[in-house]
Write a protein that binds this ligand. Sequence first.
Ligand code: AMP
Length: 452
Amino acid sequence: MSFPELGLSEGVLRAVAEAGYEQPTPIQKQAIPQILMGRDVLGCAQTGTGKTAGFTLPMIDILSQGRAKARMPRSLILEPTRELAAQVEQSFESYGKHSRLTTALLIGGVSFADQEKKLDRGVDVLIATPGRLLDHFERGKVLMNDVGFLVIDEADRMLDMGFIPDVERIVGLITRKHQTLFFSATMPPEIRRLADRFLREPKEISVSPPATVAETVEQAMTVVGPRDKRAALRAFLRTQVVKNALLFCNRKRDVGVLHRSLQRHGYNAAALHGDMEQWQRMETLDKFKDGEIRFLVCSDVAARGLDIPAVSHVFNFDVPTHAEDYVHRIGRTGRAGRQGHAFTLATPEDGKYIAAIEKLIGTRIPRVDIEHVAGAELREETGKGRGRGRRKPDGRKSAEREGRATEGRKKGGDKKGESRRKRGKIEDAPDYGDTPFGKTDLVPAFLKRSAG
Ligand code: AMP
């Protein structure tokens, strides 16, 4: 089933095409027609399955008729965290760019006054975390009387975070008959009971979790200062056998910067970014497929949904801020049983993103050092001990004690190498030849080969 067959309006289909999506995901195929028919939906799905577009796209069409009154939102989306709420707002922005819906985001950490101004103007889609929404309600700034569409997203996380009483209270405030969508990654009995109370004869949809990292992809990561990233990348390209590669940047601007830098250094590189016309993207992609272009620098948006052929290497020139994107990106290599390689360049600031990625993929990405490029360490999420590396009473850094973040390091001077050797970390490291990488048994095999 293709997007045009789902029953969405022309404007929404255009926005979907502009986002680069070619096919609806399983949850989109199942949920969108049901939502457009006005049915309640119980979706067992987690992030990464495309569920946000699954409810956002039909909502845009359902809400396209009618106008919001001051302080009386026409629809409500409850999210457990600010980040998720902000992502949903972004989805409305991009998929709703050809419609005229007004949205407001009620999350903590943002001034009440700005949020109130938006509410006063009338809001079609209100996206909120439960606590902040109730704060506004208690101040008399928002009324639930006109909510005809309710989405409860990530219900199991709401439960973990203790938000269920707030959610129940909010649902109790909605007086109008409304259509309800309820999503949860898991369905423990408490969540199932809640769903039974909130939903009327729902269509139940369950999709499998997002793709996990293929075993055929070898991963590695180097932590360097932001200014050393390009040099580190070039060191890699100089010494490893890289047939062709996709290089991901988080921002459009950086796609341009990296592209120009690679060209300046004589690499056969092209860029793929969201500002390019579709035909330009296709042309670039064809050249990449034909081997005319060897390195393709791209953003997630540009690469998403495009049929990019299997590549030997994926580089995360920037660590993705959404852990799922890491899985999507590196899934471009190691396809069809072939060996793939994924190399990530992290900066100390990326600590929390790396932690989220490692939690999602369930493994630790092996750290390696690149000779002649000063290595750095990830900062912890808490920000404690920033930059210096906390020292424990026995004189070692905490990360070392916990076995994190340091194996594979052999920074510059022999002294450090010596002391580590004494600790037994790299004592039996064989000579891997002309490789710029840290020589420990934790370095992935693909980095131990010298360029052939
Ligand atoms: P979600 O599960 O909603 O967090 O979405 C996961 C990712 O998939 C997001 O980065 C979306 O932009 C992307 N996405 C959603 N629908 C599609 C689609 N039909 N084709 C390709 N990518 C999609």
